[in-house]
Design a protein around this ligand. Structure first.
Ligand SMILES: [Zn+2]
Length: 465
């Protein structure tokens, strides 16, 4: 299980075409995970899930836990069978599923909130400045007495002045992160995150880490990194001790596949407790370290030594896209070639190409589905804003196979549905953007196979800069 096989490597860069075996089928990479926050893709009815060109989804541990959906998923799935096939049943999605650790969502409640970096699409302060968005750091900078924080953010020298570590509304300790949800005090720790993710039953799970903000100082980022490394050890320990406990977890199908007629009893036996990797979940260890080269080097080397099936690259990816590229160039060469690498929270068209060329295998991003709800459609000729094209009487995209385009839905019709708040508007727009991204990833895989990645990149980037 979880064998990662590289089929082809690009000659000019680090891009690779590969296959990753999971209990719910073979995943061909590069691939993008669509975000199903509460184990559902927003605007998509569950019965339609098998008809979508989706090969991978990611669910959010924080939301599933705090909204009690994780328990529901567990009991539903567990009552029906003992295959641990839980979240797949709930989502009506029989293919590979990832679950995040909850670390990023918790971060969004802390520095993410106080420093204005909570939203995934707004994680690069400098990029946001370029497009003039009034986000990240600016309110925080104003409150710190900078008269022109907007200019300050774009100047590298002044950048240092913006870094600060105060005002985190969360209580973060070595034990875990304490926060209030619905007036209830909750604690998310490495052990808790692992337990919830085991209950959910995704194929790929992530270690619990402390995400930092691009506005945190070096000292803070360094301490958070040390904590993340200690938490990683606890995450691994927790998954192993759950396996050994036997009954209530997901080792049973794994034991069955190993030819054990009564895995339930076998798992409780002392002999089998010593069997390593008796699990059907792949734990990915997340590299942290912010935008600091020495910390990223330290973290990637530390993670590479761990006996885990794959890696995530997370946390603050710096102030700009350039910073993100540097971070990948520092990190990826230290990770084992024969294991998959997932980049958390990135998914703009240009970024996907840039990051695949730097050796990233999988991504997850809210962009395709969230932009659809904001009336922005992705087409081969760039973004199309429905608000601006409400009198454009043409099919969204002629050669697109999505449910909307195959029924010849036009911009005019879609705009009318949106103005009436008809649920079909969100459904059509979301299904179209999913088709665009599914085609993009498929084209990328084919292009790597035929040594044409750079040509494909050039074609897409004419419209996506
Ligand atoms: Zn379409």
């Amino acid at each position: 299980m979880f064998e990662f096989k590289i089929l082809k490597k690009d000659k000019k860069n680090k891009a690779r075409l590969a296959e990753f075996n999971t209990p719910h089928g073979k995943l061909t990479t590069p691939e993008l995970a669509f975000v199903a926050t509460e184990a559902e893709l927003r605007a998509i009815p569950k019965e339609f899930m098998p008809k979508l060109p989706v090969n991978l989804i990611i669910v959010n541990t924080y939301h599933l836990w705090t909204k009690k959906i994780a328990d529901k998923i567990y009991h539903l799935g567990h009552g029906r069978d003992l295959d641990g096939n839980t979240v797949h049943n709930y989502a009506n999605f029989p293919k590979p599923i990832m679950s995040d650790s909850g670390g990023f969502q918790v971060f969004s409640l802390g520095f993410g909130k106080s420093q204005g970096v909570g939203k995934i699409a707004n994680i690069f302060p400098d990029e946001d400045q370029k497009v003039g968005v009034e986000v990240l750091g600016i309110p925080a900078a104003r409150s710190r007495g900078l008269s022109n924080p907007k200019r300050a953010l774009t100047g590298k020298k002044l950048r240092q002045n913006l870094l600060f570590d105060t005002g985190n509304p969360l209580n973060i300790s070595d034990e875990g992160v304490e926060f209030t949800f619905n007036e209830e005090k909750l604690m998310l720790s490495p052990e808790k995150s692992m337990q919830i993710q085991q209950r959910i039953g995704a194929d790929i799970i992530f270690t619990f880490d402390e995400c930092t903000s691009p506005l945190n100082t070096y000292e803070y980022t360094k301490n958070a990194l040390n904590r993340t490394h200690e938490w990683l050890v606890r995450c691994i320990k927790q998954t192993r001790s759950s396996q050994n406990a036997g009954v209530e977890v997901l080792g049973i199908p794994a034991a069955r596949s190993r030819g054990l007629s009564n895995p339930k009893r076998a798992l409780t036996g002392k002999k089998l407790r010593q069997v390593p990797h008796l699990t059907n979940q792949a734990l990915f260890a997340i590299v942290q370290g912010g935008e600091y080269e020495d910390l990223r080097l330290q973290s990637s080397k530390f993670m590479a030594k761990q006996n885990v099936p794959g890696f995530g690259i997370g946390g603050s990816l710096g102030m700009s896209k350039e910073d993100m590229h540097n971070i990948l160039d520092w990190t990826i060469p230290n990770l084992p070639e024969e294991k998959p690498r997932h980049l958390l929270g990135i998914g703009q068209v240009k970024d996907i190409f840039e990051c695949i060329e730097r050796g990233v295998d999988t991504f997850d991003c809210v962009i395709p589905t969230r932009e659809a709800r904001h009336r922005v459609l992705y087409t081969k000729k760039g973004h199309r804003n429905i608000r601006k094209l409400r009198s454009f009487n043409e099919v969204i995209e002629k050669d697109c196979e999505c449910i909307a385009c195959s029924q010849s839905v036009t911009f005019v019709q879609l705009a009318q549905l949106f103005s009436k708040k008809d649920p079909r508007a969100f459904f059509y727009a979301t299904a179209h953007n999913i088709q665009f991204y599914a085609d993009l990833m498929k084209n990328i895989r084919t292009s790597i196979e035929h040594n044409r990645l750079s040509k494909l990149k050039e074609k897409y980037l004419r419209y996506y800069q």
